[in-house]
Every structure is written in structure tokens, then in C-alpha cells.
Design a protein around this ligand. Sequence first.
Ligand SMILES: [Zn+2]
Length: 286
Amino acid sequence: MTETSLRFLVVNAHPHDFTHYAGTVGIHTTLGDSVTVVVATSGALTHNEKLSDELKKPPEERDPAILNEPPDEYAAQKADELRKAAALFGVTDVRILDGPQPFLAQQNPHIIDQITDIVQEVRPHILINQSPYLLTGARKGLLSGYLEDDHIQTAFAVEKAQYYASTPRPGSTLAPHRIAASFYPGVYFPREDWDFAVDISDWFDKRVEAENLFKSQGHWEAWSDKRMEVTLGNHGWYSGTLYAEGFVQARTEILPKITLSPFTLRAAEESPKDHMERIVGSPKPD
Ligand SMILES: [Zn+2]
């Protein structure tokens, strides 16, 4: 089989959600694959740390400039942060839709229509979607995965759009399109549910930089360093590499034969010391 360049469509509930698999995106744009980033809502109601801090103060101490900042301005800041973050990973095609928050798929058929149009326009081979699973396999899954959560509702909207895009629509000039494979970011699942992890060690610095861009969510350098080290470092540690991003694949993939990645083969062949050095990212001193 010859290698063809792949078209990716990645859909998120909020701007920052893109960062959870951005290292993998960077690997693909570098290989010449194209990536379109879609965000269903502006994220204006999510993680407004400045406003949150202000509202915790006694009323007379609150800064009216922060209290009265129009949501549009905050949304524009988030859009700007996302565009800059996407650019770090070679993505220029960023589309922010006007889904309201809280976002409910069924109440926003225009968002489903817009995503349907984007699927038929971009004609992706690969979709990275929010996880549509309510329970994440753990008892505490319900805490992060309740039915009206923006992420799950975005996943529902995309599942619908995917179906609509694959069937001919009366009145539409766009040809139907079926997406070959869908993946969900591993961050929404317990690690035992992951199908694979991508080695993003070369993209770690960019992931820290991207995290740091989201000033609207209160991030700063030490936070970004810490968060990326403990999350990507943890994923790497358990996957047998320096830093990794996990994925769950929506359907079983048909392969021409059993295939092993070079990482898997190397991990089996290298010495324990080499393996430890690789996970640490630097040589053991003599
Ligand atoms: Zn989010």
C-alpha cells in the first residue's frame, strides 16, 4: 500500500481542548498531513479565572472592568490563544463555531449542520472527536462525564454530523463523505481503555508553550511545566517512553497483517539502562 497524505478533522468543545492531543497533530502536519481544527463553542463560559477571582472578593472590592468585560472580549482572547497554540503545531485552519454554552447538541441543529458541511468540504480520512461516552469506566466517571457536559454534547453533535455527511442531502451541492477512522483523546478515558499512545517526546516543549498560551484560563510558566510533566510524563512513563499522548479508536481497525511499531521493537531489544535513560530523557552519569 502506498502512503498517502492524510486529512484530519479535529473537533473540540472549547478552545483549550485542542491541546490534549496537539503533539500528535504536530507530528502529522510535519509529515505533510493536513489538519482542520473546529471548536463548537467559544469557551467564553469556561475557566474564566479572572472573573472567578473577582467574584470571590467582597462586592465593594470588585473591579468593574473585570465584572463587566463582555463575554465577546473574553471569547476573542480564547480564539487568539487557540490560533497561536494551533500554529505551534503547524495548523492554520482553525474554525470557531458559535455554539452557545452550556452546549446541547439537540438544541443547536445549526452547529450540527455547520459540522456536516465542514466534513463534506474537508473530506477527512481521520476524525479526532470528543469522547461520546458518559461513563469513563471508573466509578468517578460520572463526575467528569455528565450528560449535559459540553464535551459529550459536542461529541454527539459530531456523531450526528458524521452520519449526515455520509448520506446524500436533498438540496446540498456537497458530495457525501464517509470518514475512515475516528479517535478520541485518551485524556477522557482511564489508561486501561487506551488503544495506543503516540510518542510526542519531540513535541513536549511545544505542549508546554501551548499550555502557557492560555492566559485566559489563568495559566503561567510553572503551572504549564508542572501540568505537562505530570500528565504527558505519566503517560510516557506507563507507555515506555519520555512523553506520550493516548488515544481510543472508535472502531476496530482492519489491518493487512500484525504490525509492530519501531518503539515496541526497540523497547524489547534495548538494555534496561537504555530503557531507563530513554524514559528519563538523559544519560545516566558514570
Ligand atoms: Zn473543554
